[in-house]
Design a binder for this molecule. Structure first.
Ligand SMILES: [Zn+2]
Length: 415
């Protein structure tokens, strides 16, 4: 029996205290955080989270891919599990809200429901997914849970995965066992995620809540130009086979392509040059490039042009180039019934809301194809994210957590 849900309130002070305390783990001088997946800081944050769960008298669980959960168990014998998740890891020099807000809001909901003596028709599980940000492998945890990890991602003998494997072992994760983390979708009641928007649409519209309808697809490419390393001074200009020169032209012309794709995104933020000496012509330039577009068909057209451009730039400098897909994450559609439930709860709580598309990737993108999923956004000031200046007003965190809580209770009521 569900109590009058309006009488159940989150403990705002406790949540705030948790956020402040968590933000000290991996804190940077700029006031942000660096908590790269499987780093010392990440492991410390996970230990901290586990102790918060235990302090609340809840159950801690970790699976074979390192996902860490706090669970409030249902008494009903055939109960499924409602997952509520996000991530405690961060990008290098990231902000204190990205991911952390979702995990801690979930924890606060768990504690509030337990303290109110409510019994749920489903197990409620708050999960911190391993390596959402891709320090080693983006969405490693959610892909493990959904059974979509491919062997190539941990045991690829063509790549040097030794450091990744060592990091996994150190965190108590056995690379050969990660596939066992797969859950049966029949045992799940759905997935909810609360996250900061990381864009400025809500902030500039003065809106409380974004309810995501779909998350855009994206593909990451490795593009490598191969030339010849010879003496920088004695090699005649027409004989130079400079891999970096081709790469530089490739990057510039890649951004020019976006004139044809107003909704498309390219990004290159990772360049490795060999041999890496100032007085030697670069023989190799390896780039990682990301492509995103809300429309899958247009996305593949953008990718085709990208690959063609790499070949053209290589030819121009008498080089050889390869372009291979490192990762393709298809777009995901969020569950309409969950969207409608969240909209109703927003109306009852007096939260303004709008539907929106997410251009940033989230674990909800991986979960969406596995179990009915929803993604709720709260505003990010000026849309700044993956940056120490990332900021979300406290009232939005409070409202978002209340919305999450009341959504869980509503789902419990209708289960
Ligand atoms: Zn995030």
């Amino acid at each position: 029996m569900i109590a009058l849900t309006t009488l159940v309130k989150i403990n705002s002070e406790r949540l705030r205290h948790d956020l402040d305390e968590l933000a000290q783990i991996g804190e940077t001088v700029e006031g942000g955080i660096s908590r790269l997946a499987l780093s010392n800081e990440d492991l410390e944050a996970r230990a901290w989270f586990a102790s918060r769960v235990e302090d609340a008298g809840l159950m801690v669980r970790d699976d074979e891919v390192g996902n860490l959960s706090g669970i409030f168990s249902s008494e009903s014998p055939d109960a499924k599990t409602l997952l509520v998740g996000s991530h405690l890891d961060s990008v290098p020099s990231g902000g204190r809200y990205d991911g952390s807000v979702g995990v801690l809001a979930g924890l606060e909901c768990l504690r509030t429901i337990k303290e109110a003596g409510i019994s749920l028709p489903f197990h409620l599980e708050i999960v911190d997914f391993t390596d959402q940000e891709g320090n080693w492998q983006s969405f490693f945890g959610s892909m493990g849970l959904t059974g979509t990890l491919r062997d190539i991602q941990v045991n690829d003998l063509r790549q040097d995965t030794a450091a990744f494997r060592a990091a996994l072992f150190r965190a108590g994760i056995h690379p050969n066992e990660v596939y066992q983390a797969r859950r049966d979708p029949e045992t799940l009641a759905g997935y909810l995620e609360l996250h900061i928007e990381q864009g400025d649409r809500l902030d500039s519209a003065g809106m409380d809540t974004g309810i995501v309808t779909r998350i855009v697809g994206r593909t990451t490419y490795r593009v490598t130009f191969y030339g010849e390393s010879t003496h920088a001074a004695t090699t005649r200009r027409e004989k130079r086979r400079d891999a970096l020169q081709a790469a530089a032209q490739f990057i510039t012309r890649m951004y020019d392509l976006l004139d044809d794709y107003p909704e498309g995104i390219f990004n290159c933020g990772d360049v490795h040059v060999k041999p890496g000496a100032f007085n030697v012509i670069p023989s190799e330039a390896a780039l990682r490039v990301e492509c995103r577009h809300p429309d899958e068909k247009i996305l593949s057209e953008m990718e085709e042009r990208l690959v063609g451009l790499a070949a053209a730039c290589a030819q121009r400098y008498n080089l050889h180039a390869t372009a291979s897909v490192v990762m393709h994450r298809p777009g995901a559609v969020m569950a309409e019934p969950l969207i409608e439930t969240i909209e109703q709860v927003c109306d009852e709580l007096g939260c303004t809301h709008q539907r929106m598309i997410s251009v940033a990737g989230h674990d909800a993108q991986v979960m969406g194809a596995f179990t009915p999923s929803a993604l709720i956004f709260i505003p990010s000031r000026d849309g700044i994210a993956h940056n120490p200046r990332e900021f979300t007003e406290w009232q939005h965190i409070e409202k978002g957590t209340t919305l999450l809580l009341q959504t869980i209770l509503r789902l419990a009521h209708h289960a």
